[in-house]
Design a protein around this ligand. Structure first.
Ligand SMILES: [Zn+2]
Length: 220
């Protein structure tokens, strides 16, 4: 539901903040909110690690799934796009009970991933995309199908990991993880090799074993 004014939006951010924090097993934190009068569908967050305060920019019309997505960027910042977008998409879809905010019909990201299982991006490649230097997961590519599928894949994968290892969102979003690559971070926090996590995730949502990454096709 769209907000009617900025007071309403600020209240909804306040209500959603503890819900998203709960999902990630982290403490809510102070967020700076900027309501953008000229925006309609855009939303953005400037991530920050304590003691700096993250900046959340929203239009007054933002729906709860979009707000939850951006709150996730504030609560669990990451240097890696697969982690940042995966956790944020998972939060948005969980809070909104719909995949609307990543522009797909459906209720869960797993459904979207299954529907597109023949054209999924390779997770090992997505894991290398840094915030500010992304390809498939960069905001600029999001309007394209391959960008939206990459976001759905990230959300499904991070949702799977977070459901099995509730400490992961907190541990992989610490400031001091800057120099550690994402597969190593996930290995340190789950004890599982990255490719094993990918295999288990695929099995859990019943992706056919023959469906491997086909980013070459998507990249054309
Ligand atoms: Zn995002």
């Amino acid at each position: 539901m769209g907000a009617t004014d900025s007071t309403d939006l600020a209240q909804r951010v306040e209500i959603l903040l503890p819900r998203v924090a709960n999902l990630f097993h982290v403490e809510p934190r102070t967020i700076k909110l900027s309501i953008e009068p000229d925006w309609r569908w855009q939303a953005s967050t400037r991530q920050a690690w304590p003691p700096e305060i993250p900046l959340l920019r929203l239009s007054a019309q933002s729906d709860d799934d979009v707000i939850a997505h951006e709150i996730a960027h504030c609560l669990v910042p990451s240097y890696w796009l697969l982690a940042a977008e995966g956790l944020a998409v998972w939060a948005g879809v969980t809070i909104g009970a719909s995949t609307k905010h990543i522009l797909f019909e459906g209720r869960t990201v797993d459904e979207v991933v299954l529907r597109h299982q023949t054209i999924l991006p390779d997770l090992s490649m997505l894991a290398q995309e840094r915030v500010g230097a992304g390809e498939n997961l960069s905001p600029a590519i999001f309007p394209e199908l391959k960008g939206r599928i990459a976001h759905a894949t990230a959300g499904s994968f991070l949702g799977f990991i977070s459901s099995h290892f509730p400490d992961v969102p907190r541990l992989i979003s610490r400031r001091e993880t800057r120099e550690v690559d994402l597969p190593t971070l996930l290995f340190k926090t789950t004890g599982c090799d990255f490719l094993k996590l990918v295999d288990e995730w695929k099995t859990s949502i019943k992706i056919q074993s023959g469906s491997r990454g086909v980013s070459r096709v998507l990249g054309q």
